[in-house]
Design a protein around this ligand. Structure first.
Ligand code: CTP
Length: 398
C-alpha cells in the first residue's frame, strides 16, 4: 500500500526513538521513499546515521545545514510528502506544534505542513502524558486536522506503568497506510463487520466455541477503514488485535452479537458478517460448575438454536443497504453458498472451503469464491488483506 509513497518522519527526544529504526526498515521493505527529520534531543537517543542508512537519504537535523537537500527543507519536505508522521512526539514538540512555535527544523516543518495527512504519535511518561497542558495541546492539534495516534499502555522505561508508550512499528505502518495507502472510495460510508468466534457458556468454567481467529474480519475492517469508511467491528473471541482506528464492540455469545449488530444495523451502508456464529447454544447455563457424578457416567448437553443474525438482517434490510455474508463449508461449497445467498436475502456471499489448503481458519491466506445474484467470481490464493480488498471492490462495483 505504501509502495512509491513519500513518507516524512519527524523524531523528537524519547527513549522510544529506537522503534523508528524498525519502522524505517519496514517502510523500505514496503517500497516507500522515507525522509527523516530529527530534533537535537532525538539524536541523543539514536544516531541519525541509522536513518541515513535505512532510508538512503541524509537525515535532516538543522535547517541551516548547507548540505541539506534544499535550502528550505522545512518547507520542501512536508510539501513533497504523502504523509507526515511525528513520532515519537515529546511533550515539548507537541507544545510547540500546538502553539505555533517554530524554533528548529522539526517544529518549523510541522508549522509548514498543510497539504498532506499529518499524524502525531505522543510518547512520554504517563504523568507527562496525562498533564492537562499536553492533553489540551493534543486536542488543539486534532481540531486543526492532525490525527493523534493513541499511545499504548504498559511498562515504561522510567518504571511507571500507564499510557504513553510509542506504538509498535507494525501499528505505525497501519496508521501510515490508513493516512495515504489507498483511494478513499468508501469515504462517508458506514461499514459494520463481525469477526471471530462466539462462545456459548455451559457453566461458569466451560463454553462451546469454534476455530475462528477473527483474521478475515479484522482484515475487512482494516481495509474498509483504510478506504475511508467509518467502521464498527463487532468482535467475538479473536486471536488477533483489532486495528486501533476502528470502533470495536466486544461480544461473547451469538445472542450478544445479535444485540450488538441489530442495534447498529439500521444506520449502516454495508454489513459484512465474517464472524463464525454458533448455531446452537446450551438450553440452560449452570450457575455452578458441573461436577462429575460417578466414574463411568457420560454427559449429554441439550442445545437449542441461536438466532441467525444474517437471515434476520436480510429480512429487515433497508433500501440501499448492502449485506454480505460468509459461507464456510466442508462439502458442496458453491451449492451451499448459493442457497445461503437466497435464503438469507444477502447481496453477496463469500464462500470458502475448510478442505482447501491455504483457506479457512487461522491461516494468513484465503481462497474464496464471491457469489452474487448475477454470477460468481473465483479468486486465487491471496493474503487475507488482499481478499478483503477484493471483496470491497466487488461491493463497491455493485
Ligand atoms: N450466521 C449468522 N448467525 C448465525 C449463524 C451464521 O449471522 N446464527 C452468518 C455467518 O456470520 C455467515 C453466514 O451466516 O456470514 C453463514 O454461516 P455458516 O456458518 O457458513 O452457515 P449457517 O448459516 O450457520 O448454516 P450451516 O450451519 O447449515 O452451514
Amino acid at each position: 500500500m505504501l509502495k512509491g509513497k513519500t513518507i516524512l518522519l519527524g523524531l523528537s527526544g524519547s527513549i522510544s526513538a529506537f522503534k523508528m529504526a524498525h519502522l524505517a526498515s519496514l517502510l523500505k521493505q514496503a517500497g516507500a521513499d522515507t525522509y527523516v527529520i530529527m530534533t537535537k534531543n532525538a539524536c541523543r537517543f539514536i544516531d541519525p546515521v541509522v536513518f541515513d542508512t535505512l532510508t538512503g537519504h541524509r537525515t535532516v537535523l538543522d535547517d541551516f545545514d548547507r548540505t541539506n537537500l534544499s535550502p528550505v527543507s522545512h518547507i520542501d519536505l512536508p510539501k513533497m510528502a504523502d504523509v507526515f508522521l511525528v513520532a515519537p512526539a515529546s511533550a515539548d514538540i507537541i507544545g510547540k506544534a500546538a502553539n505555533g512555535i517554530a524554533d528548529d527544523m522539526l517544529s518549523s516543518a510541522i508549522i509548514a505542513a498543510y497539504s498532506c495527512p499529518r499524524l502525531i504519535s505522543p510518547a512520554m511518561n504517563v504523568h507527562m502524558y496525562q498533564n492537562p497542558a499536553v492533553q489540551e495541546n493534543l486536542k488543539k492539534l486534532q481540531s486543526r486536522g492532525w490525527t493523534v495516534v493513541q499511545p499504548g499502555a504498559g511498562f515504561q522505561a522510567c518504571g511507571d506503568i500507564g499510557d504513553g508508550r510509542l506504538p509498535e512499528p507494525e501499528e505505525l505502518m497501519e496508521w501510515l497506510e490508513m493516512a495515504c495507502g489507498a483511494e478513499k472510495d468508501l469515504a462517508g460510508k458506514k461499514v459494520l463487520v463481525t469477526a471471530g468466534a462466539t462462545r456459548e457458556s455451559i457453566d461458569p468454567v466451560r463454553f462451546i466455541t469454534n476455530h475462528s481467529t477473527g483474521k478475515m474480519g479484522v482484515s475487512l475492517a482494516r481495509a474498509a477503514a483504510i478506504r475511508g469508511a467509518s467502521v464498527t467491528l463487532v468482535a467475538a473471541d479473536m486471536r488477533v488485535e483489532p486495528p486501533k482506528f476502528v470502533e470495536t464492540v466486544r461480544v461473547k455469545s451469538a445472542a450478544d452479537m445479535f444485540e450488538a449488530v441489530t442495534a447498529r444495523a439500521p444506520e449502516q451502508d454495508i454489513i459484512i458478517m465474517a464472524a463464525a456464529v454458533a448455531d446452537f447454544t446450551p438450553i440452560t447455563v449452570a450457575d455452578q460448575k458441573i461436577k462429575k457424578k460417578n466414574k463411568n457416567e457420560g454427559m449429554t448437553l441439550e442445545l437449542t438454536r441461536t438466532k441467525d443474525i444474517l437471515a434476520h438482517l436480510g429480512s429487515v434490510k433497508p433500501e440501499g443497504q448492502f449485506l454480505c455474508g460468509f459461507a464456510m463449508e466442508t462439502e458442496n461449497l458453491l451449492a451451499n453458498a448459493a442457497e445461503k445467498l437466497t435464503k438469507k436475502n444477502a447481496d453477496m456471499i463469500v464462500a470458502n472451503s475448510l478442505r482447501t489448503k491455504g483457506a479457512g481458519f487461522g491461516t494468513d491466506t484465503n481462497i474464496v469464491t464471491i457469489l452474487k445474484p448475477e454470477g460468481s467470481v473465483e479468486l486465487p490464493i491471496l493474503s487475507k488483506n488482499e481478499v478483503a480488498d477484493r471483496i470491497l471492490d466487488q461491493i463497491i462495483a455493485r
